[in-house]
Design a binder for this molecule. Structure first.
Ligand code: AMP
Ligand code: MN
Ligand code: MN
Ligand code: MN
Length: 286
């Protein structure tokens, strides 16, 4: 696909540096890319410089963590003013919260006989790229594999780090409502990330979308990486019904993982897209 509005670098939990992500996207034919690291803008200056050198359009992006009805929800913001005070304040709070959270994850895992996880996760993270941000759960998972605490990444999440498990510490996230306020106050276009990734019934998912609309959101991410056609169709229907635009992206985290830059299923042709709001270009999505 020519447009990819969702990917990660070493500024959060990706495997490639921001310049590495932009270069790979360019090689794969992506012409409009949004870097959407978790809760940080740290990767954007390097990504912008690389994009300018290669002639690919970079849209400023972020994937913010928040809570709604007891669950962790991800919201994508695009095209904001990066120095907007509301956004800067929210990111500073998330930065602090993420460090406190990583210490809590470390304590909880140590209490279960797995010492040194924060230090180890930090080591994994720094191997991939210098970052002042707290390590995130995939860094913990990688260290837990290396330390022999689990057999693989999947088991780390199934047993310890996945939704509802001991290491899924989420008390530090702000509410969905306040996150939407922050993004709107910063001039962002806002999309609800991967609405099928949450372990919700259909009814609860509709309630989430209704709360997102109520809070001033603009788009649904109808296509995320290898997500199947039936879910893309269902989410496109939800977008139409709620009067939301559609966004799409690979959610790339690294080579040979579950998704690749520029790869996702195309949204149905008749659904209104978010990305023309974000770019001056007039290219088709595919
Ligand atoms: P964090 O930002 O620390 O909450 O970590 C969230 C990230 O962990 C997600 O963006 C994914 O990259 C990864 N993740 C979350 N749940 C799982 C899972 N069940 N299996 C593998 N990776 C996961
Ligand atoms: Mn991630
Ligand atoms: Mn996400
Ligand atoms: Mn993501």
């Amino acid at each position: 696909m020519y447009v990819d509005l969702h990917c990660h670098s070493t500024a959060s939990d990706g495997m490639l540096t921001p310049a590495g992500v932009v270069t790979r996207a360019h090689e794969r034919g992506v012409g409009v890319l949004a870097l959407t690291d978790h809760d940080t803008l740290d990767g954007l200056p390097e990504a912008r410089a690389c994009a300018a050198a290669l002639g690919i359009e970079l849209v400023d992006g972020i994937e913010l963590s928040c809570t709604w009805a007891g669950a962790t929800i991800h919201v994508l913001g695009y095209g904001f003013a990066p120095d907007a005070p509301a956004l800067q304040r929210a990111i500073a709070a998330l930065h602090e919260g993420r460090w406190a959270r990583s210490e809590e994850i470390d304590r909880r895992l140590a209490a279960k006989g797995m010492p040194g996880c924060l230090e180890g996760a930090r080591m994994v993270q720094q191997e991939r790229g210098e970052s002042g941000n707290a390590p995130s759960r995939p860094h913990f998972a990688e260290f837990m594999v290396r330390a022999g605490f689990v057999k693989d990444h999947a088991q780390a999440f199934q047993r310890w780090l996945g939704a509802g498990k001991l290491g899924d510490v989420k008390q530090h996230w702000p509410t969905l409502e306040s996150t939407l306020d922050t993004l709107r106050d910063s001039g962002a276009s806002i999309s609800l990330a991967h609405p099928c990734h949450y372990d919700f019934t259909r009814t609860k998912r509709r309630k989430l979308v209704a709360a997102f609309v109520e809070g001033g959101g603009h788009a649904l991410e109808v296509s995320n990486g290898p997500q199947v056609d039936s879910q893309v169709g269902m989410l496109a229907n939800l977008a139409r019904e709620f009067g939301l635009l559609a966004s799409a992206g690979s959610d790339f985290h690294g080579p040979r993982q579950w998704s690749e830059l520029g790869s996702y299923r195309a949204p149905p042709a008749d659904v209104a897209l978010l990305w023309p709001r974000l770019t001056r270009q007039e290219h088709p999505i595919a």
